[in-house]
Design a protein around this ligand. Structure first.
Ligand code: HEC
Ligand code: HEC
Length: 283
């Protein structure tokens, strides 16, 4: 065994059968006894060579962690949704407008989160939801943009996710979005870092396995933003990507940068058919 294989197995312990499998469970998620969440769905057509079924990360968590998502009073992520509502209604920037001035109630945004990242024709780019919100802040409110996964970005994304809960993720991957999607796909399958691991090595080839003390999921993002018990805050998609890339001991891309935008589109498309679930609760 050469050093590389040793460090790979030593560090991530993926190949050790003694760590065993822990199958994702068959529990069902209904939020507030009202919003049914599709947490398992047939894999979208573009994944037919690699997966039969896609699953929310919710299935890979303990019963206690799962339960926190079943009632908004128990979901610590909902505090950020309330912050998002305050921001939604607050006037900001030189134009004297709030989000509500133009968009009415947050519920008017139901369904929007499900289709982002999305191609914007006028800008000629794929936009994440955070980018779109920032565009409204800059061009329509005369306000400063928020940094990716910082400031108002996360509470606002949590609010926009919450009003779409239960709706099927359905990002478009064809037409003008296709080139960005292809780029994201390439990143997903590229092995990075000293450990030479791709996203797929962990989240496609080894979901269900235990890694260190953690139960590997498919790395879906239908539940984002995600409240993590580990850091006791709501986490954005790009921050999560960054953490996972770092775990392979690689230089990571920048949150908000074109690589992670493309990766977000691609990873979102792997969850087409699952419900929007954010803000979710994870380890
Ligand atoms: C002055 C009016 C105005 C304000 C204020 C405004 N927006 Fe917008 N917003 C628009 C318009 C017009 C569009 C659609 C045009 C486009 O696609 O660029 C839009 C589009 C959006 C979309 C995309 C909807 C979709 O179906 O893809 C989101 C999300 C959004 N706004 C969120 C916000 C948030 C959050 C705020 C407050 C931080 C905000 N907007 C403030 C006018 C506004
Ligand atoms: C060394 C294995 C490994 C690699 C490589 C890896 N991850 Fe992860 N990832 C994890 C672990 C462990 C977790 C936490 C448990 C879980 O949800 O799978 C996680 C969690 C996630 C989550 C959160 C899922 C949820 O439901 O909250 C996402 C999203 C994710 N990873 C995406 C990625 C992407 C994209 C890449 C490639 C850039 C990647 N990961 C590479 C191990 C890895």
């Amino acid at each position: 065994m050469n050093f590389k294989t040793m460090s790979l197995i030593g560090a991530v312990a993926l190949a050790l059968p003694t760590l065993g499998m822990a199958d994702p469970d068959d529990d069902t998620l209904v939020i507030n006894g009202d919003i049914a969440i599709t947490t398992k769905a047939p894999a979208p057509a573009h994944l037919s060579d690699s997966l039969d079924e896609v699953m929310s990360g919710w299935h890979f968590r303990s019963d206690e962690t799962q339960a926190m998502e079943m009632d908004d009073f128990d979901n610590p992520g909902m505090i950020f949704v309330e912050q998002g509502v305050e921001i939604w209604n607050a006037v900001d920037g030189g134009e004297g407008k709030s989000c509500a001035s133009c968009h009415g109630a947050p519920e008017e945004m139901a369904g929007v989160k499900a289709v982002y990242p999305k191609w914007n024709e006028a800008a000629g780019e794929v936009r994440t939801l955070q980018m779109q919100v920032n565009d409204c802040r800059e061009t329509r409110m005369g306000a400063e943009p928020w940094k990716t996964d910082k400031g108002g970005s996360i509470p606002m994304e949590a609010l926009l996710a919450s009003v779409s809960r239960g709706m099927p993720v359905n990002v478009a991957i064809d037409g003008p979005a296709q080139a960005t999607w292809e780029k994201g796909k390439e990143i997903y399958y590229t092995r990075y870092g000293q450990l030479e691991l791709s996203c797929a090595n962990c989240h496609e080839d080894n979901y269900g396995n235990m890694i260190r003390a953690d139960h590997l999921s498919q790395g879906q993002i239908n539940g984002f933003p995600t409240y993590r018990l580990k850091n006791a805050k709501l986490n954005g998609t790009h921050s999560r990507f960054k953490g996972c890339v770092r775990d392979t001991r690689a230089e990571t891309f920048s949150p908000g940068g074109p690589e992670f935008v493309a990766l977000e589109l691609y990873v979102a498309s792997r969850g087409n058919g699952l419900s929007v679930e954010g803000p979710s609760v994870r380890n």
